[in-house]
Design a protein around this ligand. Sequence first.
Ligand code: UD1
Ligand code: CA
Length: 467
Amino acid sequence: MEKLTAVILAAGRGTRMKSDRPKVLHEVCGRPLLAYVIDAARAAGAEDVIVVINREMEDVREVIPAEVVYAYQDEQLGTGHAVLMARPYIKEDTKDVLILCGDTPCLTGDLLSSLVRTHRSEEAAATVLTAELSDPTGYGRIVRGSYGEVERVVEEKDAKPQEKTIREINTGSYCFQVNPLFQALTKVGTDNAQGEYYLTDVLTILREQRERVSAFIAPEPDDTQGINNRVQLAAAEARLRERIRREHMLAGVTIMDPASTFIDAGVSIGHDTVILPFTIITGRTRIGNNCRIGPNVDMKDSTVADGAEVCQAVLVEAEVGPRATVGPFAYLRPGTVLAAEAKAGTFVEIKKSQIGLGSKVPHLSYIGDATIGRGVNIGAGTITCNYDGFRKNQTVIEDEVFIGSNTNLVAPVHIGRGAYTGAGSTISRDVPEESLALERAEEKVIPGWVKKRKMRMACEKQDGDIE
Ligand code: UD1
Ligand code: CA
């Protein structure tokens, strides 16, 4: 197999994003634009990937996988100049170079493979990925000769009125044979409307040298769309979200209302899981088989095991065990771990706590910094008082404990195996196993109190009338 290297141009400022962040680090479906382009290049068979950036973009390195090589372009002198900066990093044995832009996240491996295949089968020196657009404004136009061959690319700013009517555009992705590319690049000048080194001039130079310049027309023009502003960012987001949902559905996930379901690129979902409307699943969330998620679930970086149900809930870095149930109206914060068949019910907030096998927190509770064993029942309205104003303290509840409704567990506190607490108690001392802890003022009952009170009220009213 002949070696393919990808060079991704990403040094441009992206001023139209009106952002402090480099354009290629803006995210769609939870991943930076550049990550999609790298994936597409790899999927098309590129062994080495070189990204051209500028010095202010150091933070790119933190977001993008380590195997990528970076080349710097200190001054943005044009796309031709940017490609030259990558030259020292292209290995000797490279046959062809894919040149891509870092801001085209909808490119697919299939599309780039087709580009490379056409390039190789036609033995072209250069092959341009083109697209036919109803509105070609802003793009370089493909000027074809009388036999339909690609003659050159003319930039919008340099185009004559006649050329501006051409609807076939340069998408900014190309495949080149490495040697003709760099030979021609040394000849590119800056005699154009923008005073830049245009990569597209290489095509004209190659043609003049009687080299073959070819084109591959993208079957889906939207896949080649570059992002220049936030409107285009939103359009790419919509397109990629649709693609992600489609992949999940084809893999056996039921999505009742795709239009109101948002799933990030890094999410995995098992088959026979049903996603109900108004659900957003982000980050590195993993969902198992046969789960029921939604409606109205917002889940980030969480794990949900097979057969679990999550309804009307917010989860952040939480783990839900097999057949466990969450919601409606639950908030599971980082460090929440529900074991198999556990329950976090209605109006329940849990953070940094383990809820053991089959244990239930069914209603109106706050559980923080707690370890709860198996088979525990937490009565409605129970609160772990985990914060004393200075530090967070632990509550430990052993297996088979019954916590009465409206119990305050003042941490640090330990409830032994099988113990009970009486409803309405504030428990601040450890409870030994199998005991009942009750903290409640004794109830006082005054018989006939209501009748006496009514008589007193009536007398006061009469006295008032006389005066
Ligand atoms: C370029 C093409 C145009 C094509 C369009 C597709 C040229 C001369 N024109 O135009 O035919 O229709 O892309 O979107 O190539 N970049 C650098 N360094 C630079 C300049 C640009 O790294 O000095 C990078 C940018 O970050 C971007 C890519 O190259 O990823 C394209 O640059 P851009 O300024 O968007 O090119 P256009 O003028 O849009
Ligand atoms: Ca552009």
